[in-house]
Write a protein that binds this ligand. Structure first.
Ligand SMILES: NC(=O)c1ccc[n+]([C@@H]2O[C@H](COP(=O)([O-])OP(=O)(O)OC[C@H]3O[C@@H](n4cnc5c(N)ncnc54)[C@H](OP(=O)(O)O)[C@@H]3O)[C@@H](O)[C@H]2O)c1
Length: 295
């Protein structure tokens, strides 16, 4: 496929009849299950040990013609852990994605799967467009970039959605970690030299379904709107919780981690907003993850 073919808008689609969600226990997998339940769309969901990205047989067993849409929300998401097992990350984020895509192609199923802002190098100062050069700084980013190219080589019957800084009212994420730290500490230091876009898993699931219904195919960016640093995000969490904890900005060097992170990884969501309308502001997504009601 040429670069221009990466992002396409086909005819609007009808509601899926039967959806298979892979990675039910993750933030995005669970958000998808809640969304499909609230929309009364029939669905099944699989998680480990029944479905394992590292077991080709379990992938074959999971996918068949009972479904018309497959959502792959399962992935190796341990960014630091990938540094010491890049092969494992590649197996889950690239080779398994290729196999899922092949199986979907065999049965004519449409596939929605996710990629990351960490495929980009972080030297930009304005949002990354879809076709910006892919320059991952860490093993996780390389595994997702490999997954993107392997997916595109199999079939174009997919929606590959790059997202960033995902959080939810459940699971392991920055918003819930900060909430718990703010309950026990008077002072925190949070990295202020990485900027990006927080994304609520619920908005991500509903935006993904909207993109599908609107006829989107190929690669799209989907995050909440706006931009902040991790320090800015922590300050917003503190404000929404009404806490008084002191939050000091610090550099990434003060918090050495096995995997290097991009300094700037905001994704350009302009084309997505043109197709499905304005995306919710990230502050609203944080409110939702903290369990506050809208408004
Ligand atoms: N989280 C982020 O900040 C972020 C940012 C950019 C892109 N993304 C992408 O968004 C998608 C959804 O991730 P998420 O945010 O929902 O992450 P998550 O909460 O960490 O969920 C990951 C899911 O993948 C499952 N999984 C991991 N290894 C597996 C394996 N070998 N076989 C089967 N399932 C496996 C996990 O199952 P267990 O519960 O058994 O571990 C979990 O259900 C992923 O493609 C991720 O790369 C996430």
């Amino acid at each position: 496929m040429s670069d221009q073919a990466w992002q396409r808008v086909l005819e609007p689609r009808t509601r899926p009849e039967r959806v298979l969600v892979l990675g039910q226990s993750g933030m995005v997998g669970r958000a998808w299950c809640e969304l499909l339940g609230s929309e009364s769309i029939e669905h099944e969901a699989l998680a480990r040990p029944e479905f394992d990205l590292s077991d080709p047989e379990s992938i074959n067993r999971a996918l068949d013609n009972r479904y018309d849409l497959v959502v792959n929300a399962a992935a190796w998401t341990d960014v630091d852990g990938a540094e010491s097992d890049e092969q494992g990350a590649n197996r889950a984020n690239a080779h398994a994605v290729e196999q899922i895509a092949r199986r979907c192609a065999d049965f004519g199923l449409f596939l929605i799967t996710y990629s990351t802002d960490y495929i980009f190098g972080g030297s930009a100062s304005s949002p990354y467009p879809i076709d910006a050069p892919i320059e991952p700084l860490n093993a996780y980013g390389r595994s997702k970039a490999l997954g993107e190219s392997m997916l595109r080589a199999v079939s174009d019957h997919h929606l590959l959605i790059r997202t960033s800084w995902v959080h939810a009212p459940w699971g392991k994420n920055f918003v819930l970690t900060m909430r718990s730290l703010m309950q026990s500490r008077d002072q925190l230091s949070v990295v202020d030299d990485q900027r990006g876009r927080p994304s609520n898993a619920g908005s991500l699931a509903s935006g993904s379904l909207d993109l599908y219904l609107a006829g989107a195919a190929g690669t799209w960016h989907l995050t909440d709107a706006g931009e902040c640093s991790w320090h800015g995000l922590a300050c917003e969490i503190r404000e929404q919780l009404g806490r008084s904890c002191e939050i000091n900005p610090c550099t990434s060097e003060a918090f050495p981690r096995p995997a290097k992170r991009p300094a700037y990884s905001t994704l350009d969501i302009g084309p997505t907003e043109q197709l499905i309308g304005p995306l919710p502001k990230w502050e609203l997504g944080v409110r939702q993850s903290l369990g506050h009601s809208f408004g």
